[in-house]
Design a protein around this ligand. Structure first.
Ligand code: SF4
Length: 460
């Protein structure tokens, strides 16, 4: 196998705050004067397109805070709060059914959180029944994924998932080292994760993903080597290796992490290098800046075919779908809009109590937004950009329209991050790790947004 040619020093020298581009425009650009009326208008246009649907359900509860977590979470142990949430999900689905054509084909369903498996088996069964009774056209081979906390996962829940059609699961691990687990306030011995993976596989799940994080307190090369080796004994089909984004000014719980124990940039780089080499040697191919998958995995095949796309869950092979999110904080995405639900339960419930879609902000995309979204998402997903393909879709002259941007990325070409030639931009292996630094050159909003320091995490 050819070794990857990554210039780690160059990679480190580019460490700077940059958006992760799970959307374009990015969430800070969503407008609070974009209301449920705009949403209804965009839904009507989406119906007219007859595009297939991808459905996301946000299940926000967790028992206690993991200090590294950047998700929108409600901490509780009250069962009645979860039952009440299911009632409101039902109300939201019934309300949105008045505008969104639920008979459209559903090709993808995803449960995220929070901890979806913090809902018990009976509650999960109720949620799945709610979805299946409202959406009559869920495809037999639809991808149905659930994020699972191994500390809260039982055979009864797996039974419900198997009957409900769940075929992909993603386990949150982060790191197996006890000292790191203690520092991040998440005690999860290896045996618990191993048992959870066994339950999933025995329950018929074919695709198992493991989530790891590098850059956490007390991590070092030796301890992370052990985490990598233990992860591989679970034979994951996919691995996501996230760079810990320390943004304590945005997430209060991150202030509880011992900042003095965070590994420095050089140590993080060594850990990343080790992880990439370990996974590549184990047959897990690198996809973009933070994902790995086996060569027969849909993600890797989509990357080879140019069909991979970025979305709020990371990467998707279903770029042909319009995404509709349900539940607190969830985001919907159509060809020309983004809409986000309220992030707190009282506001979410209050909107539904008055029969209003619980949208608190969003954005309609104009021509330039859609064009730049295409350019940025293509770079983020397939790490190259064919000018002719963009020209034929948007009827522009690429070199003319993006003359300043092409001039700006000339410096990145000099640094070996990309090559421009044959009317294409192609990221190098180092450039793939820094793809968001490349993509941000095409972001119109960044030019006017001042300091990025407090808005986005660093790329290294
Ligand atoms: S990492 Fe997962 S389990 Fe921990 S607080 Fe965040 S959502 Fe909850």
């Amino acid at each position: 196998m050819a070794a990857m040619r990554i210039d780690y020093e160059k990679f480190a020298s580019y460490s700077a705050p940059a958006p992760r581009y799970t959307s374009y425009p990015t969430a800070p650009e969503f407008r609070s004067d974009w209301t449920e009326l705009d949403f209804a208008e965009r839904i009507a246009a989406s119906n007219a397109s007859k595009r297939a649907l991808s459905l996301y359900f946000h299940l926000p509860f967790c028992r206690s805070a993991c200090y590294f977590c950047g998700c929108n979470v409600v901490y509780t142990s009250k069962e009645e709060l979860k039952d009440r949430y299911i009632d409101y999900l039902k109300r939201e689905i019934e309300l949105i059914a008045k505008t969104l054509d639920f008979k459209r084909e559903v090709r993808q369903i995803h449960f995220g959180g929070g901890t979806p498996t913090f809902f018990n088996a009976a509650q999960l069964e109720k949620i799945i029944a709610l979805i299946r009774s409202n959406f009559p056209n869920i495809q037999k081979d639809a991808e149905f994924g659930v994020e699972i906390d191994p500390r809260f996962f039982t055979r009864d829940q797996m039974k419900v998932f198997a009957q409900g059609g769940v075929n992909r699961v993603s386990f949150g691990v982060q790191d197996f080292a006890p000292k790191v687990q203690e520092a991040m306030h998440r005690i999860q011995p290896f045996s618990i994760t191993q048992e959870a993976v066994n339950i999933a596989r025995e329950g018929g799940i074919k695709s198992v993903n493991i989530d790891l994080i590098y850059g956490l307190p007390f991590q070092n090369l030796e301890s992370f080597k052990e985490t990598l080796n233990l992860s591989l004994t679970l034979s994951p089909d996919r691995v996501a290796l996230f760079n810990y984004a320390h943004v304590p000014w945005l997430k209060k719980t991150m202030r509880k992490l011992d900042e003095t124990a965070l590994p420095n940039a050089a140590e993080k780089l060594k850990i990343l290098k080790l992880a990439i080499e370990t996974f590549e040697n184990a047959g897990l191919k690198m996809i973009g800046m933070d994902h790995f998958a086996r060569s027969n995995d849909e993600l890797y095949i989509a990357l080879q075919n140019g069909a991979l796309r970025r979305n709020f869950q990371g990467y998707t092979t279903h770029s042909e779908c319009d995404l509709f999110g349900f539940g607190v904080t969830s985001i919907s995405e159509g060809v020309d809009f983004y809409a986000q639900n309220f992030r707190d339960l009282p506001s979410y419930e209050a909107a539904l109590d008055t029969q209003k879609a619980p949208v608190f902000r969003g954005i309609s995309l104009d021509f330039d937004d859609r064009l730049r979204k295409k350019v940025i998402m293509t770079l983020m997903s397939v790490f190259s950009l064919d000018f002719a393909a963009i020209e034929s879709e948007f009827a522009i002259d690429f070199e003319e329209y993006f003359a300043p941007e092409l001039a700006a990325i000339g410096a990145l070409e000099d640094d070996g991050l990309l090559a421009i030639g044959d009317r294409k931009i192609v990221a190098s292996e180092t450039g793939r790790l820094l793809i968001r630094n490349i993509a941000m050159n095409f972001d119109k909003y960044l030019k006017n947004s001042g300091s990025l320091e407090r808005r986005f995490s660093k790329s290294v």
